[in-house]
Design a protein around this ligand. Structure first.
Ligand code: BDR
Ligand code: CA
Length: 313
């Protein structure tokens, strides 16, 4: 059983990933931490509570960061054209949801859950890395107590999706991402290199709804705005970025990874770019030598991933 904290900015593909975590029999979802990204922190937190209530999810929601790790970084606008003004496809989520958040801020929640379950917690982070970076700043020892960190973010051997250099989750807070990728904990990064290959068609979504009842119906309603956006770009369906990171936790055999330290460019025209130095490549001594080696996904079995998502939902 994998004890998972889901750090998320719901977000349409975040919502699907949350439902996957909730339903998968090998996952014990012990907490949901919100972060700004696909919408403001107020909206993503409200959405996390809304989904928790709608899907009857036990895990507490802890509200996360409102601004970037480096307070001097200028604000980046929300991608309302992808996820809708309400972050969930403009389905008309109520302004407020009548259940409370956990009393702790997200970074404190992460620290306390990791300390209470040493060696057991997997953090799946599918938004800005801000909460994780603050948790590391406040309690660096948690790096040695976490079982694994699985991230949806970055673009290593291809262009980004928000600039030619950067993927959105990393571009939204590059300093935080650099802290998280260079910390001495085991990180696996599932970036655009593999996520853009996992495209859920309307017909597969319809099959999930047909078999999955009201929960799947809500997911389908939420997804329509996002699928319209992706069909203008990908043509035949929606990219399920965040679910890929969740699938990796239970089925890593569906992915191939490359090991080596990772850095994030902070500033300039390549702001938010992710770079890995493959361990297999030899260079003269340099600043990368003492960084921890992390895993970057470089190949995926898209059908295997989509089958597992559909079967679980
Ligand atoms: C990432 O950005 C967000 O729009 C998605 O939820 C996903 O986490 C993809 O670049
Ligand atoms: Ca996300």
């Amino acid at each position: 059983m994998h004890k998972v904290i889901f750090d998320t900015d719901p977000g349409v593909d975040d919502a699907m990933a949350l439902l996957f975590l909730h339903h998968h029999p090998d996952i014990d979802l012990i907490g949901i931490t919100s972060v700004f990204g696909n919408a403001s922190i107020e909206t993503t937190t409200r959405n996390a509570l809304f989904l928790k209530q709608a899907w009857n999810i036990d895990a507490p929601v802890a509200k996360g960061a409102n601004e970037t790790y480096n307070p001097n970084r200028p604000h980046v606008d929300w991608p309302a054209f992808i996820h809708g003004d309400d972050g969930l496809g403009n389905i008309g989520v109520p302004e407020t949801v009548d259940i409370p958040c956990d009393s702790r801020p997200a970074h404190r929640f992460i620290i306390e859950m990791v300390r209470a379950n040493p060696g057991e917690v997997t953090i799946v982070a599918v938004g800005r890395m801000t909460n994780l970076a603050i948790a590391l700043r406040e309690d660096p020892e948690i790096a040695s107590l976490v079982k694994a960190v699985v991230i949806m973010g970055g673009a290593f051997d291809r262009p980004g999706n928000i600039t030619p250099a950067a993927e959105a989750n990393i571009h939204g807070d590059p300093e935080a991402a650099d802290v998280v990728m260079t910390a001495p904990w085991p990180v696996t990064v599932i970036g655009l290199d593999v996520t853009v290959q996992t495209v859920m068609t309307r017909s597969l979504l319809a099959d999930i709804v047909a078999a999955g009842g009201p929960r799947a119906r809500l997911l389908s309603d939420i997804s329509q705005f996002y699928i319209d956006f992706y069909e203008n770009h990908v043509k035949d369906g929606m990219v399920v970025h965040d679910s890929c990171a969740c699938v990796y936790v239970v089925a890593p055999e569906l992915f191939r990874t490359r090991s080596g330290p990772i850095r994030v460019i902070c500033g300039g025209i390549a702001d938010g770019q992710t770079i890995q130095k493959p361990d297999s490549q030899i260079f003269p001594p340099n600043d990368w030598d003492n960084l921890p080696s992390q895993q970057v996904c470089i190949a995926v079995d898209p059908k295997g991933v989509l089958d597992l998502i559909a079967g679980t939902l």
